[in-house]
Design a protein around this ligand. Structure first.
Ligand SMILES: Cc1cc2nc3c(=O)[nH]c(=O)nc-3n(C[C@H](O)[C@H](O)[C@H](O)COP(=O)(O)OP(=O)(O)OC[C@H]3O[C@@H](n4cnc5c(N)ncnc54)[C@H](O)[C@@H]3O)c2cc1C
Length: 278
């Protein structure tokens, strides 16, 4: 059976012209599965502003829907207004709106504190032009005062005008289902799309997970560690468990899947092939 649940893919903006050409190839391979859109991350404080724009233009010019991420911490209203106008003039219709994290040591001098303020600003400035995605954290954001506070803060983003959410990656499907249930109890009705992180290298995953607070369950960590430098064994195990995670999420009603590709087509393509995407 052919799977039709919507999918999307996330890239980071390449640092070099060669990287941008390579991204076009990756995009072409993934486009065969007819994703809803390709998103491109944005360094907090505007550090990747030009590169994000370049990648978004490239994706759009090749006929795909591109969704730039936009983080607000460290930015002024004027900066954000100018970025929004640029995207509007380019015909971009979707934005992933975030607070972002400033590099350590950089003082937060901007005019925005939290992502809900950015969502409100986008609505005030551009009405309904953009479909706005926000971030959600089934295992809770590392700086949240409490799970309850984090849920309420997520609700504020929905109330500010977000259309839907993409989650931080996780490997525990129960955390996702519980998060969705808690949101529905708070009358938050926006679709909450699981973010899926294929695993290519354990050391890289461990580093990301420490930084963003996504848990690698002990049984997975122990198994991945036991493979040492044997990346073939890591990838074979990872493809199985991430595919099973996606199967559970889709069977439980997840409204879509958003893949953190790390600019590689292979792992996402293989998982999606196993899930019945053609
Ligand atoms: C799908 C996805 C894509 C991402 N893309 C990028 C990217 O492109 N660039 C980038 O720099 N980062 C990106 N990130 C990381 C993100 O910027 C960080 O996780 C950041 O720490 C929080 O951003 P947020 O938009 O979730 O913030 P918020 O929703 O503002 O939440 C941040 C923290 O503040 C708390 N909070 C929110 N509102 C309030 C309030 N009014 N009072 C007190 N506390 C509050 C929340 O509970 C949470 O702990 C992404 C994350 C995800 C899940």
């Amino acid at each position: 059976m052919i799977n039709k649940t919507p999918i999307s893919f996330e890239f980071f903006p390449p640092q070099t012209p060669e990287g941008l050409i390579k991204l076009s190839g990756t995009c072409r391979q993934l486009a065969a599965l007819q994703p809803e859109y390709f998103s491109v991350t944005f360094g907090a404080g505007g550090s990747t502003r030009e590169r994000t724009l370049e990648a978004v233009q490239r994706i759009k010019s090749e006929g795909h829907e591109a969704a730039p991420h936009l983080s607000c911490v460290g930015s002024t209203r004027e900066n954000i207004r100018s970025v929004l106008n640029t995207y509007k003039n380019l015909g971009i219709k979707r934005i992933v709106a975030l607070r972002g994290d400033l590099p350590s040591g950089m003082a937060a001098t901007g005019e925005f504190h939290y992502a809900n303020e950015l969502v409100s600003f986008i609505r005030t400035e551009t009405g309904d032009h953009f479909r706005v995605e926000v971030a959600a954290y089934p295992e809770f954001h590392p700086q949240a005062k409490s799970p309850r506070d984090d849920l309420l803060n997520f609700k504020h983003k929905a109330e500010a005008g977000a259309n839907s959410a993409i989650t931080q990656y996780f490997y525990n499907a129960d955390a996702y289902f519980r998060f969705v249930e808690e949101c529905r109890k708070l009358s938050v009705t926006v679709p909450i799309v699981p973010g899926i992180m294929p695993i290519v290298k354990f050391s890289q995953l461990a580093r990301f997970s420490d930084a963003c607070g996504a848990e690698i369950p002990r049984w997975m960590r122990k198994t991945l560690e036991s493979y040492g430098d044997d990346n073939t064994a890591v990838q074979a195990f990872a493809l199985d468990i991430v595919t099973q995670l996606c199967e559970r999420l889709l069977a439980g009603g997840a409204p879509g899947l958003h893949f953190y590709t790390l600019n590689q087509a292979g792992p996402s393509l293989e998982i999606l092939k196993r899930l019945g995407y053609r």
